[in-house]
Each structure stands twice: as C-alpha cells, then as structure tokens.
Design a protein around this ligand. Structure first.
Ligand code: GLP
Length: 244
C-alpha cells in the first residue's frame, strides 16, 4: 500500500494496532506485539502514545517482544534499543514492565545461546506474535537478519554487515563506535507472526524495496522471505515505492 506521506501511513498502522489491542481486551486476552526500532516506526509509536493520552487506549493487556539489540550494549546507553523503546513508547503508556521483552545486550557469550533459546520459548509461551512491526535495512535485513540468514533461523547472535554499520555510524558518532554484533529474532521467528507490517519511507529505501517485493526469494535479501508469508503488508510512501 502506497501513501502520500509517512505520517498518514503511520496513523493507519497505529489504528490497526490499537484495534487489535482493543479486540483482545474485550475478550480478556493478551495482545502480543513484535516491535521494531529505527526511524521508520517512530511516528507509529507517537500516534499510539497520542491515542493512549487522548483516547484512553490502554496497554495493560499488551505483551511486547522487540526484534533486536546491539551486542554488546548496556540498557542505559542512549544508542541502545532498550533506551529507544522506553523513550518513544514504553515510558508514555501503561504497559506493565514485566510484559516488555527486549534482547539483553549484556548477556555473556557463554550464556547467549541459551538466552536466545529462552527468548524464543517465551514468545511461544505467550502463544506467538499476533502482530509484527518491521522496518527494513538497506542490506535487506529485517530485525538484524543480514544477508545469509536462513528462512528457518531463530533468535541468535549475528555479525552486522558493513553497510548496516555505516548506516548506524551517525547515531554512534563514527563507525568505530558501532557494535560489530547484535542479537536478533530470526527470520523463522518473524514468519511465525500472524500478521506482519513492514514500513518503508524515503528514496534511500527505494532500491531495497524493489528487490524485496519484485526480486526472487533469496537469503541474500532476507526480507524477500516475507513474500512467502500469508498476511504481510508493505506500507510505503511514494519515495520508497518509486522504483516499483
Ligand atoms: C536497524 C534495525 C532494523 C531497522 C533498520 C532500518 O538496522 N535493526 O530493525 O529496520 O535499522 O532503520 P530505519 O528505520 O532507521 O531506516
């Protein structure tokens, strides 16, 4: 779906999420959301915060699992995805702290394998992801599933691509400060979500959006695996859709 601008599109995505939260609430059920970081979802989070403040949208029944976190990374570091999520969403709504899950960038290397298995298990225990919000990196990554990721991959530690690290350089005040690794949910984890919405804004994403939607399904562009998911929508502005 192509929109004139990201503001309009983000409002629509936020209202889909809000409707899902409310429909679960009415049934007395939890709503399990997979959440993304980066600049793409910021306006969606702003709109959800506005709905909480002005329309009384409650997050009391919401459980969240974030896609990824840099490794190593302290939670209170301003570049951490932990910090980002609290700054843009969690600090402004009534979500219960115990319902928030974000990969921990401080787990020791000895423990990380088990930690990732447990993260995956926790998603399963909540009945899987009802809704997964995604951005896309210019390597074709979703979460931090860089080229070479297997369609069946689970949560794990990965090595970041050069292009991904250079895109993150300005956030970290230079490439040398960007972590070389990250923990990410896998392609398999993402594809199990019952609904997926990927956001793409701006000219910089036009090439990878074209390759993702029109290209062959390949691990070299991991986002192409979304072509095989039954309930995925790409929400784009004119610029990101300009090469289609
Ligand atoms: C990072 C995140 C991805 C995100 C991507 C794009 O790599 N791990 O989840 O989709 O950045 O970021 P942006 O939305 O800022 O373009």
């Amino acid at each position: 779906e192509i929109f004139e601008n990201s503001l309009q599109a983000s409002a629509l995505v936020a209202s889909e999420i809000a409707d899902l939260i409310k429909s679960r609430q009415e049934k007395g059920e939890k709503c399990v959301l997979g959440l993304a970081t980066g600049s793409s979802p910021i306006k969606v989070y702003e709109e959800l915060v506005r709905m909480h403040r002005e329309e009384g949208l409650s997050f009391a029944n919401v459980v969240t699992f974030n896609l990824d976190e840099y490794y190593p990374m302290n939670k209170d570091n301003h570049q951490s995805y932990h910090y980002f999520m609290h700054q843009h969403l969690f600090d402004h709504v009534d979500i219960k702290p115990e319902n928030v899950h974000i990969p921990d960038g401080r787990v020791s290397l000895d423990e990380i394998h088990q930690y990732c298995i447990d993260y995956e298990m926790k998603i399963k225990e909540y009945g899987g992801l009802d809704f997964q919000l995604l951005g896309i990196g210019r390597t074709g990554h979703v979460g931090f599933n860089e080229p070479g990721s297997h369609y069946n991959s689970g949560t794990r530690i990965i090595t970041l691509d050069y292009l991904t690290r250079s895109d993150a350089a300005s956030d970290f005040n230079g490439m040398e400060n960007v972590p070389k690794r990250a923990i990410t949910m896998g392609i398999g984890t993402i594809l199990k979500a019952r609904r997926i919405v990927l956001l793409g804004w701006g000219h910089k994403k036009a090439d990878i959006i074209k390759r993702t939607i029109e290209g062959e399904v390949t691990g070299n562009v991991p986002a192409t695996y979304l072509q095989q998911h039954q309930n995925t929508t790409f929400i784009l502005d004119y610029e990101a859709a300009s090469e289609l």
